[in-house]
Design a protein around this ligand. Structure first.
Ligand SMILES: [Mn+2]
Length: 389
């Protein structure tokens, strides 16, 4: 009897609930109606229940399940050994997922955007994490490059376009492998980079007596490396990338010369006082347009430490969470081909999870824009509800 119970248990796992053991140890076939009834009865999740996938999305470890197709993949890169100050962003993906718990497909309508990204055309999966090695950055860079390339090259679930990856960081260095993967598909792209810092630091700007080849790869140099590798569209040909929210101290004005050489336009944090959120949006859209492929990279330290203290290199004087959300909503015309939200280090945030909550909301806004752009491309009109708010 005990043996039969064990066999029933094993088989019921293995056959994905098509067959299961009845109360008398007999196999029986579940009808679709019965399965539907179970789903109606028990399928719902509260914000605080369930396993912590981003926004309660369907979870697959996509790197090992190549038959699970998606239009947008949420992928974690829990890596933080390329930081220059506070470590801890390896716990960012977990924290962002936990903070996304009140996002559900049932109540996911984005009133600012006029759509529910979780109940529209796109199959959005939580693809789990890349198991990035924490003790060898050269291998970590290889791993992340291989993983992003693999996931970005998969066929989409819909026939509309290539799948998009939205990466949860992790320190900001992950943007280099992400851009390498994007480059394989789209060639050089333009980057929209929200950050307190330039992140185009020439490696020689770091103390270099003990310099090494590996030490060039950091969370402050990865866009410089991307430029050197030819991954960015050439600004001198009229296709600049954009930094927004800058306010850090510099080595000197020569930092801007390095930045200029690689074709970046800079919008400082202070400019919001003169331009307002609308003016910041206009500057960005006038520069990037709506056609060219754009990679969006959001370092959560673009927010003021009052709103996002849980980060590796906080800088006073940043934007509010509301301002960032407002700006992101104004950018929904961009042709986003990938995105990351990085530098969430939850050990330094408050018990109320404000930093991870902000990051989860940023992801929600990015997903809304990607899904809405897809609807536009299908010729479906989305009612503009902003005036009714
Ligand atoms: Mn950064």
């Amino acid at each position: 009897m005990r043996l039969r119970s064990l066999l029933c248990l094993a088989l019921s796992y293995g056959s994905a609930l098509i067959q299961a053991c009845g109360s008398h140890g007999q196999f029986r076939k579940w009808t679709q109606e019965e399965l539907d009834e179970l789903e109606r009865k028990w399928g719902q999740e509260w914000g605080f229940s369930g396993i912590s996938a981003f926004a309660h999305l369907e979870y697959h470890k996509c790197l090992t399940t190549p038959n699970e197709l998606y239009d947008i993949a949420i992928i974690g890169a829990p890596f933080d050994t390329a930081v220059s100050y506070r470590p801890g962003a390896r716990f960012g993906p977990r924290a962002i997922r936990a903070a996304s718990a009140r996002q559900t497909s049932f109540r996911g309508f984005n009133a600012r955007a006029g759509i529910n990204p979780y109940a529209s055309w796109a199959r959005i999966l939580d693809c789990g994490d890349i198991p990035v090695v924490p003790v060898d950055n050269a291998i970590a860079l290889k791993q992340m490059t291989a993983a992003f390339t693999e996931l970005g090259q998969r066929p989409p679930s819909s026939t509309l376009q290539k799948p998009r990856l939205v990466t949860l960081g992790g320190d900001h260095s992950l943007s280099l492998p992400a851009l390498r993967a994007i480059h394989e598909i789209y060639g050089p792209v333009r980057v929209l980079h929200f950050d307190a810092h330039l992140d185009t630091w020439h490696p020689a700007k770091y103390p270099s007596y003990w310099a090494s080849e590996q030490a060039r790869f950091t969370h402050g140099s990865m866009f410089w490396m991307a430029g050197e590798e030819g991954l960015l569209a050439n600004g001198s040909l009229g296709a600049p990338s954009v930094h927004a929210g800058l306010r850090t101290r510099l080595s000197g004005l020569e930092d801007y010369e390095d930045d200029d050489e690689q074709g970046w336009v800079r919008i400082s944090a202070d400019e919001i006082d003169d331009l307002g959120t609308g003016g910041v949006v206009k500057s960005i859209m006038d520069t990037l347009g709506t056609q060219d492929p754009v990679y969006l990279s959001v370092d959560i330290d673009v927010l003021d430490p009052a709103f996002a203290p849980g980060t590796g290199t906080p800088e006073p004087g940043g934007w509010t969470t509301r301002e960032l959300i407002r700006i992101l909503r104004g950018l929904e015309g961009l042709n986003l081909v990938g995105a990351d939200v990085v530098e969430v280090a939850p050990a330094y945030q408050g018990a109320g999870e404000e930093t991870a909550l902000a990051a989860a909301q940023v992801v929600f806004e990015i997903l809304s824009s990607m899904v809405k752009r897809g609807l536009d491309e299908m010729g479906k009109v989305v009612d503009d509800v902003k005036d009714e708010l």
